[in-house]
Design a protein around this ligand. Structure first.
Ligand code: PXP
Length: 247
């Protein structure tokens, strides 16, 4: 069964825009799980531009009550890694993080020796202090990068689909992306590592990925929250579950 992770960061973006206590991130998580999501994803950024520290235990509690998964996205900042260790989510997804970016831009640069070293240190800390927490790395579908992921013995990779989704939206040729994802799937699944995807996906750009049975899990946020303005979060999630062949 293909899983859907709902990223509720943009509910926090709306809340932070006015500095109010609403809309509630925890309630958005609850609604998403009621609608059939398998997992809630949030990204605690160093600059705290959307998700705040208090959202992290609140979302964990909601996922626990619904017996669903909690995926915490983190950068390689020591303070954030410590928070993840303290919270012990079901999954941490380690992502690159730049202050000036609008959203995560591309996967971790594992070809960079410094990034690789910092990543190894963070992974060791998480494995030692939160051994039940699974680790995924947000990366590009690049053979050398994926070989690093295999050597690092990660539990899953989350492939960056941002460029693919952009080309899809602009009616471009997606065939090269599909071939690249197929190759990456073979490489990763032969090492018994989970093959996840996320970033920039919409109900439309999700279709070819599902038709080609590429990924075991999709983490989607911006499109869901945008579409839910017009029809509610339940209906937006329903649309994705339908594309995924779940309903
Ligand atoms: N996966 C990762 C690793 C991300 O950083 C994001 C964006 O926070 C998403 C998935 C969800 O992307 P989007 O909001 O574009 O659907």
């Amino acid at each position: 069964m293909v899983r859907l992770g709902v990223n509720v960061d943009h509910v926090a973006t709306l809340r932070q825009a006015r500095g109010e206590h609403y809309p509630s991130v925890a309630d958005a998580a609850k609604e998403s799980l009621f609608a059939g999501a398998d997992q809630i994803t949030i990204h605690l950024r160093e600059d705290r531009r959307h998700i705040q520290d208090y959202d992290v235990p609140a979302v964990k509690q909601v996922t626990k009550e619904h017996n669903k998964l909690f995926n915490l996205e983190i950068g390689l900042d020591k303070q954030i890694v410590d928070i993840a260790i303290d919270i012990k989510p079901d999954w941490v997804c380690i992502v690159p993080e730049k202050r000036e970016e609008k959203t995560t831009e591309g996967g971790l640069d594992l070809k960079n020796a410094d990034t690789l070293l910092r990543l190894q240190e963070a992974m060791e800390l998480i494995k030692k202090n939160a051994p039940k927490t699974k680790i995924s790395l947000f990366v590009e579908a690049d053979e050398a990068v994926l070989n690093h992921c295999i050597e690092l013995k990660v539990d899953a990779v989350e492939i960056h689909t941002g460029e693919y989704a952009k080309v899809y939206l602009e009616d471009g040729d997606i065939s090269l992306f599909i071939e690249k994802f197929k190759k990456a799937k073979t490489q990763i699944e032969s090492a018994a590592i989970g093959f996840h995807a996320g970033h920039g996906l919409t109900d439309e750009s999700l279709k070819p990925l599902c038709e080609n049975k590429l990924f075991a899990e999709y983490n989607i946020g911006h499109w869901i929250i945008s579409d839910s303005i017009f029809c509610g979060i339940n209906k937006s999630i329903e649309k994705l579950l339908r594309v995924m062949g779940r309903i």
